[in-house]
Design a protein around this ligand. Structure first.
Ligand code: GDP
Ligand code: MG
Length: 457
């Protein structure tokens, strides 16, 4: 029968233990190629695959997935972890205005982003002001004014009389041609916002095509002068391998607080996201996805992970396999009831894992005919208690799990020590478990629902 076949399959897989080195190596090789294809920087790829290898080699063989799928699943989880580990909402000032400064290479999308952010704030009922502190090119101010008009947000810019052009000398001695003093304009912009009660100020700054000391110094000066709540480093997703170098230079230069990844509507697979997150440890806050003022979203680590990995179909398959496996486990449980076989701690662990995956006891119960009558009592259980119970079961040997009655005093003491609980709790678990076993047998024989374990009556 199907159940027998399932049981046999489970047994075979259980015997397999850990993922083998060759299983892991083969998949890790594929993963390395995928990451390099996605333009993740080489040192990041090396670190990442080493970590994956270690985690995969230590992993217990999944009963639901084949080894390749299992490694891919680990990779996906690890990617989401790195991309999202520092995720947080935008930091707002305790007293208005919130000041946000944008920095990054020329063409990375700062000015475009300034409009998007302004619109985003405005749509949430804020009163943003854009400040044009990119005075490097004559048309930069005009570009911000166009962007501001599209967003319906006013722009603070130096008076045209001031935009005459003088040479400022950078710290390296080379002249930085400028059309006004960006530090002054930024400061004046903040003052303007305070006096006119704007509650958010977004400061656009200048960039060059490559990292440039004079401009980095200028950005640092603006930062020191206006003390922003956020300094957002804007980086083009197409930058590829150069992401690491650029991000490091900006981190040293201005110590930004967050990252915005732009041009994600293009072909770039987004390896830059992983490189920047890993190298700088700063959160990626937003993603820019087009030239329009609305092409903008909160950064989603899970979406970026599957874009980088480019194994969407595989991830869907993995999810389906795991869901199907959960159902098989439930079916297996039912079969055991009907066959009046002894319920073991291994079954119990499987059940708990399934419950965790499915979210709650309630959904588990819905899938188990015959358990409906117990709904109320089981609902009252604290699901956090599961963790303690699981720790105790995990501290049992395979023999103990399938022979609960043989768990004597010294075994109980060892289990308690191994799981960090009092011996009394292990005793209680064994009593409750014994009662549950009896109850299940009675259920299977059609004897109806006996008194619940632990409930006197
Ligand atoms: P800045 O020099 O950093 O201020 O960059 P800009 O905002 O001027 O953007 C440079 C170019 O990239 C412009 O042509 C923008 O329209 C374009 N751009 C900016 N963000 C995006 C984006 O998310 N997607 C696409 N496709 N183009 C963008
Ligand atoms: Mg610009």
């Amino acid at each position: 029968s199907l159940s027998d076949r399932l049981t046999a399959t489970f047994k075979n897989l259980r015997g397999k233990g850990r993922l083998s080195e060759s299983d892991v190596n083969k998949t890790v090789r594929d993963i390395r190629m995928a990451l390099l294809d996605a333009d993740v920087a080489l040192p990041v790829v090396k670190d990442f695959t080493a970590a994956i290898r270690e985690r995969a080699l230590g992993a217990e063989v999944s009963e639901a997935l084949n080894p390749g799928q299992q490694v891919v699943k680990i990779v996906n989880e690890e990617l989401i972890e790195i991309l999202g580990q520092h995720t947080r909402p935008l930091r707002l000032a305790k007293t208005a205005p919130t000041v946000i400064m944008l920095a990054g290479l020329q063409g990375s999308g700062k000015t475009t982003l300034a409009g998007k952010l302004a619109k985003w704030f405005k749509d949430q009922g804020n009163t943003p002001l854009l400040v044009a502190a990119d005075l490097q090119r004559p048309n930069a101010v005009t570009q911000l004014e166009v962007v501001g008009e599209r967003a319906g947000v006013p722009v603070y810019a130096p008076e045209r009389g001031n935009v005459g052009g003088h040479d400022a000398v950078g710290p390296t001695g080379e002249g930085t041609r400028s059309y006004g003093d960006p530090v002054e304009v930024a400061e004046d912009g903040i003052q303007h916002a305070i006096s006119k009660l704007y509650n958010v100020v977004i400061v656009d700054t200048a960039g060059r095509l490559a990292v440039d000391e004079a401009l980095m110094e200028q950005a640092a000066d603006i930062k020191d002068a206006i003390e922003p709540d956020e300094v957002l480093f804007v980086i083009d997703a197409m930058i590829g391998q150069a992401a690491v170098e650029t991000a490091q230079a900006f981190q040293e230069g201005i110590d930004f607080s967050g990252v915005v990844l732009t041009k994600l509507d293009g072909d770039a697979r987004g390896g830059a996201a992983l490189s920047v997150a890993k190298i700088t440890g700063r959160p990626i806050l937003f993603a820019s996805t087009g030239e329009g003022v609305k092409d903008f979203e909160i950064f989603h680590p899970d979406r970026m992970a599957s874009r980088i990995l480019d194994m969407g179909d595989m991830l869907t398959l993995i999810e389906q396999a795991e869901r199907a496996f959960d159902k098989q486990q439930v079916a297996e449980m039912e079969r055991k009831f009907l066959a009046a076989e002894d319920f073991t701690f291994d079954d119990f662990l499987g059940q708990m894992a399934a419950i965790k995956k499915m979210g709650s006891f309630k959904s588990m119960l819905k899938m188990m005919p015959g358990m409906n009558q117990m709904r109320e009592q089981l609902d009252a259980l604290d699901e956090r208690e599961f963790d303690r119970v699981e720790a105790m079961v995990r501290s049992m040997t395979p023999f103990e799990r399938s022979h609960p009655k043989q768990i004597n005093g010294s075994r109980r003491a060892r289990i308690a020590a191994g799981s960090g609980v009092q011996v009394g709790e292990v005793n209680q678990l064994l009593v409750r478990f014994g009662e549950a076993q009896k109850m299940m047998k009675q259920l299977a024989k059609g004897g109806g629902i006996p008194g619940l374990p632990g409930v006197t009556g």
